[in-house]
Design a protein around this ligand. Structure first.
Ligand code: GFP
Length: 755
């Protein structure tokens, strides 16, 4: 125990910490982090990055900050010496609710890596009061409630800085909140979040409903407000413009304070547009530069040189396009600029499909990004290739030099050091601590592939992590897991392209096999974590079907000895930190070509899970890194899928009729067993969807999935040492997937920060 740390904490607590409550200790630790992170703030020279994003899924901050500031071990030991646990104290901290899925978590990993690599780079986003929503299950159905996470102790502090933002002709004041982002042995950057003082949580009615027209009170209540009606869609535009207008003013102010004369803005700022939500920053910056006396043509060039765009999806419905009259209503000041940009775009190409404003008067945000930024990147090699060859082929022909790939990454500080301390210290005892800063050093673990003792140790760590997960889940949801089973986990947003429904069909198949007397090679615990967008009906049906099946299984002791299905309520970063280290088999089963990258796949791999996946997104690069013997690949290739879509002749019903196992599984959805605990309308709707539509081609991959998963289960059961060796190889090869590598590539190729 460090006496000096004890003295510091006594002072911050203003009492002997031995007598302090967890809440008092939490407050003291926050102060400690705040003081230390201030010391890491460094002056900015040259180019500074502004990463604008609708989401920042940052997770709880206390432990992560202590790790990054080099205080974690000392604090933990000091607390332990007085019988306190840092983990318990961290329970005091509500998880920030500023994100949804991989998009927002990537932004959080990037902020961590920027600060770690000592690069000047801030985030710009919104301070949502209730985040996405808090998920709870009732009668096997997802319900949504507001996720109130803002407390007086929230690390995002209000400043006196406000910027005027004009929405539908009325002026609102965007207040700036600053949240320090610490780097591991690096610098402190900021996450800049904007909010409106008049937003009022008391306007929320049933569930997460509220008057969507009352902008002054609702603007920053929720991330991604329901867009199933026009008011909801308009609200999204209000939010987006509020974020980018305030962000653009902040950027111009900060640059001017460092000597920028606006003509040379690109020497002071690099702006990364994360997906299409912040796209209006382009016309907004042009508008502001014109206000500073810069000509339109020059402003267009300056903004192009400053901005870069990241594409995260090829799903057409996710590439935002807004009817022009929406923009006329919310941001009339931008429409003349967008029209002029469209005119310029039309001088560059005769291909009308590349227009910003199409013939139906719909404004394509991604098109504006690509025409008027200097870089467009995909987030994994395969994804970038698909963008170039099909989805954005016209743009690639027009601007071949703008396109580049930046395969995603994850921060190892949170996804190894923080979430898996036992594995971290085992790795450290084998190869030293260099991997914490240089993830490629993990390769040194390959020297231990034949070391039986090391392999045994890995499996003991995994077992302990499974027990920790099981006891957490028992406390939280009263579910008892068999920790001697293989743990397979699928945790990510609920979306048909991610194909939780394929996993569902497998579990039904397994259930029916067990009932027929065919017991599996190993008991299997199948765990899910996922939220469905409130208006996404089929996604909610999939959750309902999984929860219902879970009940069918748990009520049947004959089956539950071999098979369990657990659905973690309100999946978030804190839950992921408990689930990922406990996983044996990582489910990455999206329809090939549809998952741009995935980042969960990297987190599971780093924590020693083997991937069961399609050749999609970054799975392809994981397969290359570990070799085919150390991953379970199945299913159609992206080429086959794209071809099937192009041919337009996919008929789910043919597959359903041709395959008795598949038919049996789909029919079971509306069986007596399921109807006992489930709702007929939901179950039938999903069944119909699978038989008559199945847009994401679940059925053609069903058999291959069953075969591969049963192979994995048998390998796990038959030769544990070989399994552990493959675990070690996965960990050793995970270095490439560090977000430090990704950020270095962005900096070398696009941003050139600090120069
Ligand atoms: C999206 C894409 C993922 C990708 C992330 C980050 O995430 O494939 O890894 O963005 O680039 F779909 P989700 O929000 O869908 O998880």
């Amino acid at each position: 125990m460090s006496e000096s740390m004890k003295t510091t904490l006594n002072e911050l607590c203003q009492k002997d910490i031995a007598t302090a409550s967890d809440a008092e200790l939490y407050t003291a630790l926050l102060k400690l982090v705040q003081e230390q992170s201030q010391k890491q703030i460094k002056p900015v020279t040259g180019r500074k990055l502004y990463y604008i994003s609708a989401e920042f899924l940052i997770g709880k901050l206390l432990s992560n900050n202590l790790i990054n500031l080099g205080l974690y071990d000392e604090v933990r030991e000091t607390l332990a010496s007085i019988g306190k646990s840092l983990a318990d104290i961290e329970e005091q901290e509500p998880e920030p609710s500023l994100g949804n899925g991989g998009l927002g978590r990537l932004a959080a990993c990037f902020l961590d890596s920027l600060a770690t690599l000592d690069l000047p780079g801030d985030g710009v986003g919104l301070r949502y009061h209730c985040g996405l929503f808090h998920q709870n299950f009732k009668n096997n159905i997802q319900n949504e409630a507001p996720d109130f996470w803002l407390t007086d102790q929230c690390a995002a502090k209000a400043t006196d800085t406000v910027f005027p933002v004009s929405l539908a002709g009325n002026t609102y004041s965007a207040r700036l909140y600053k949240l320090p982002v610490t780097g591991y042995e690096g610098r402190t950057n900021m996450l800049n979040l904007f909010d409106l003082d008049s937003v009022d949580e008391s306007v929320i009615g049933d569930g997460i409903s509220f008057d969507k027209k009352d902008i002054a009170r609702n603007l920053t209540l929720f991330l991604y407000p329901d867009d199933s009606d026009e008011d909801g869609r308009l609200l999204r535009i209000y939010q987006q413009y509020f974020m980018v207008s305030a962000g653009a003013q902040l950027i111009l102010n900060e640059c001017a304070a460092r000597g920028c004369n606006y003509h040379d803005l690109a020497d002071y700022a690099a702006i990364q547009i994360n997906d299409t939500h912040p796209s209006m920053v382009i016309p907004e910056l042009i508008r502001l530069l014109e206000e500073h006396g810069i000509s339109f043509d020059e402003a267009v060039q300056i903004v192009t040189d400053t901005c870069a765009y990241t594409n995260h999806t090829i799903l057409a419905e996710a590439l935002e396009k807004w009817p022009r009259h929406y923009l006329d209503t919310v941001v009339p000041q931008l429409m003349p600029i967008i029209e002029k940009l469209d005119d310029i775009a039309k001088t560059r190409t005769t291909d009308s499909s590349l227009a910003i404003i199409d013939q139906n008067q719909v404004v394509h945000m991604a098109h504006m990004d690509i025409h008027f930024s200097h870089s467009t990147n995909g987030v994994a090699t395969l994804h970038t290739q698909i963008l170039k060859e099909s989805e954005l082929a016209g743009f690639y022909q027009l601007y071949p030099n703008k396109f580049n790939n930046k395969t995603n990454g994850i921060t190892f500080r949170r996804w190894l050091l923080k979430c898996n301390p036992a594995l971290t210290s085992e790795i450290e005892s084998l190869i030293g601590s260099g991997f914490k800063k240089d993830a490629s050093e993990l390769k040194k673990l390959l020297n231990y592939t034949d070391d039986a003792e090391v392999l045994k140790k890995l499996s003991c760590i995994k077992k302990a992590n499974k027990e920790a997960l099981a006891s957490w889940l028992e406390d939280k949801q009263g579910i008892k897991l068999n920790t001697n089973a293989m743990f397979s986990i699928q945790s990510k947003r609920l979306h048909e392209y991610k194909r939780q429904q394929l996993n569902l069909l497998f579990l039904i198949h397994e259930y029916l096999e067990i009932k027929a007397g065919h017991t599996p090679a190993t008991p299997l615990v199948s765990i899910f974590g996922a939220k469905a967008a409130p208006a996404y009906i089929i996604a909610k049906d999939i959750i309902h079907s999984l929860l219902t099946l879970s009940q069918v299984i748990s009520e049947d002791p004959e089956v539950s000895r071999y098979l369990q299905l657990a659905f973690v309520e309100n999946y978030n970063v804190s839950a992921a930190e408990k689930m990922i280290p406990a996983c044996d088999l990582s489910e990455q089963i999206s329809l090939a070509s549809k998952e741009a990258s995935g980042t969960g796949n990297m987190k599971f791999m780093l924590n020693g899970a083997l991937t069961l996946g399609t050749m999609d997104g970054a799975n392809v690069e994981i397969a290359e890194a570990v070799g085919n013997d150390n991953i379970y690949i199945f299913g159609q290739s992206s080429k086959q899928v794209i071809h099937r879509y192009a041919a337009g002749d996919y008929c789910a019903k043919d597959w359903y009729e041709a395959d008795p196992n598949l038919r049996r599984a789909i029919d079971f959805l509306t069986s007596e067993e399921m109807l006992k605990y489930g709702d007929e309308e939901h179950l039938k709707r999903l069944q119909n969807e699978l038989i008559n539509k199945d847009w994401f081609q679940t059925l053609p991959d069903f058999n291959a999935y069953v075969v591969r998963k049963e192979q994995a289960m048998s390998d796990y059961a038959v030769n544990p040492e070989a399994w552990n060796r493959r675990t070690l190889i996965n960990i050793a090869e995970a270095g490439f997937f560090s977000s430090d590598r990704t950020i270095k590539e962005y900096d070398d190729d696009i941003w050139h920060l600090g120069k």
